[in-house]
Design a protein around this ligand. Structure first.
Ligand code: FAD
Length: 529
């Protein structure tokens, strides 16, 4: 199947989705593609911290100010995706006193509100903080739901300009003629079917993969450093606010509350291969060891999962490849010097600054198309949609209790996701998705995100999908197996204490009862391994 649009945007992370909506607000119809689904890259594997800028105030005033401004804009325009819980920077005995003393002035230089707090007062409101705390400041940090942000941006772009999102669509090459890209050659990553997409402008927003996509068009000016970060999720909310360690950034020094859980991270290790990104037990240990200095309860908390993502950081000429020191700024490459007039790459940046990245890209692309509409994303609220609110912790449960419908049984008990939520998610399936994978349902709801990590709900949701005819034949079993394998990647590095019997029970169910270890990814019978 072939497609045509004004603009092809490559990469369905928060940046690509932001660009799709920015263009749609200017009346420009785009097609967004991702070789996986929405948020398959860093946008689905991050800390969810809407930075006040405090984290970068001591090293990079410009990025810190950018985060402050963009954070405030998002709080106004997309409040439904943000928990403005506030943040703390806390130092403990032994931390660098010079760093502590300079912090408030560095924040002031970036325009960040930063109020000193009495340590006793902080420990009264956040009892999980160590009694070894010696200094604390309050900053306007917040948390952000990147899944809701991307889903709602794509939905809004569709409403405004009939823009389209095609999942499982990987760009594999470009047809170039006369200094312009004429078509993108793509492949459906599930069926292998070839797709041709023709557009007037092409945007590369492929995050850590942007260097590879630029090279497909013959451009070698994009240089990205791959900085892997691993995080670990505790099964309770330990603090009301985001808690940052008041020191030079290091492993395990930020605890972000995420609804009912807490996310501890992150590590930073430069990697050379993007295909083998998974959290390791050693990285989990590093996070917990460092994190428990600030929040002692982390040493004996139950962790339900670890996950890893790759930060797409810009590698400056002469940079030494250290991800901690690399800038969190971004660059828009127009590729004119590379001989192409209708291709651009946006790379670097943060989740917090994606809107600004999309604005700069939208300005360039709109000008190239002769469109004079200004960017409106800084003022135009992102419409909050009921059907995208299933990503919010507790939302399904509240809706279910309010509806009081006994026929609407609960499929995921940890996150209280009922049948009606799964049905609602299926109705907003992107593009042609006859057999929406469990992972895609998980991205748009909270199935599999609780303590059991899909052990029970994967079976119940799959059964429901067979009952309603969404799945047929044996492929549904393969999709369930893929989902559980992906969940297991995250539970494996935290298998100790109470998680261990949970995993053994899951193994008995999935392998002993269902024989999922004997089928391949497409649900076909295979030889026992
Ligand atoms: C561990 C970690 C923690 C972080 N924490 C925070 C935080 O708390 N706050 C914050 O502001 N930022 C944070 N970040 C940074 C932030 O997550 C990223 O800057 C942001 O998500 C990047 O979004 P993106 O859309 O540019 O890239 P991505 O989200 O990586 O999206 C790129 C997409 O391109 C797709 N793609 C790749 N190749 C192709 C192809 N050939 N064809 C089609 N599609 C393709 C991929 O599948 C992917 O979905 C963190 C990052 C990491 C890794």
């Amino acid at each position: 199947m072939n497609f045509d649009a004004d603009v092809l945007v490559i990469g369905g992370g928060v940046t690509g989705c932001g660009i799709l909506r920015d263009l749609a607000l200017r009346g420009i119809r785009g097609i967004l593609i991702d070789r996986g689904d929405l948020n398959s890259g860093a946008s689905g594997g991050n800390h969810g911290l809407l930075h006040s800028g405090g984290r970068y105030a001591s090293s990079d005033t410009e990025t810190a100010a950018e985060c402050r401004i963009e954070g405030e804009i998002l709080k106004r325009t997309a409040p439904q995706a943000i928990d403005a819980c506030g943040g703390l920077f806390v130092a403990v005995e032994g931390d660098d006193e010079g760093f502590i003393a300079r912090f408030a002035a560095r924040c002031a230089a970036a325009g960040i509100d930063c109020a000193p707090l009495a340590v006793d007062e902080v420990r009264r409101s956040e009892p999980a903080i160590s009694e070894r705390a010696i200094a604390a400041y309050a900053v306007p940090d917040a948390t952000v739901d990147p899944f809701r942000l991307t889903i709602e941006q794509v939905a809004d772009a569709r409403r405004l300009a009939d823009s389209l999102f095609l999942p499982h669509t990987e760009v594999t090459g470009f047809d170039i003629d006369g200094g312009r890209i004429r078509a993108a050659r793509c492949r459906d990553t599930r069926s292998g079917e070839a797709r041709i997409i023709r557009a007037r402008q092409y945007v590369n927003a492929a995050g850590a993969w942007s260097m590879a996509v630029a090279r497909l068009a013959g451009c070698d000016d994009v240089r990205v450093l791959w900085s892997k970060g691993t995080l670990v999720i505790a099964n309770t909310r330990l603090t009301r606010r985001v808690v940052n360690r008041l020191r030079t950034p290091g492993d395990g020094d930020i605890l972000v509350p995420g609804g009912t859980v807490s996310l501890l991270g992150t590590t930073s290790d430069t990697v050379a291969d993007l295909d083998v990104i998974r959290p390791t037990p050693e990285e989990v240990d590093r996070n917990i060891e460092e994190g428990s200095v600030l929040i002692p309860a982390l040493a004996h908390t139950r962790f339900i999962r670890a996950f890893a993502g790759v930060r797409p950081l810009l590698l400056p000429t002469g940079g030494d490849g250290d991800g901690r020191k690399a800038s969190r700024g971004f660059t828009l490459f127009d590729h004119v010097a590379q001989g192409l007039g209708n291709f651009a790459t946006i790379a670097g940046g943060k989740l917090t600054t994606f809107r600004l990245m999309a604005e700069r890209t939208g300005d360039l692309v709109a000008a190239r198309l002769g469109n004079r509409e200004p960017c409106r994303t800084a003022t135009e609220p992102l419409p909050a949609l009921e059907r995208s609110s299933w990503t919010e912790p507790g939302h399904s449960a509240r809706t279910w209790f309010a509806a009081k419908n006994p026929a609407d049984s609960i499929l995921c008990e940890c996150e209280m996701v009922p049948k009606s939520t799964v049905d609602a998610v299926l109705e907003m399936a992107p593009g042609a998705e006859p057999q929406m994978p469990l992972r895609a349902i998980g991205v748009r709801s909270r199935i599999g995100k609780g303590t059991c990590q899909g052990s029970f709900c994967a079976i119940r949701v799959t059964s429901h999908l067979y009952d309603r005819g969404t799945y047929g034949g044996r492929e549904g079993l393969g999709l369930m197996r893929d989902f559980l394998a992906e969940r297991y990647k995250g539970t494996r590095p935290v298998l100790w204490g109470p998680q261990m019997p949970q995993a053994e029970l899951a193994e008995t169910l999935h392998c002993g009862l269902l024989g999922l270890d004997l089928i391949d990814a497409r649900g076909q019978d295979g030889e026992p391994r």
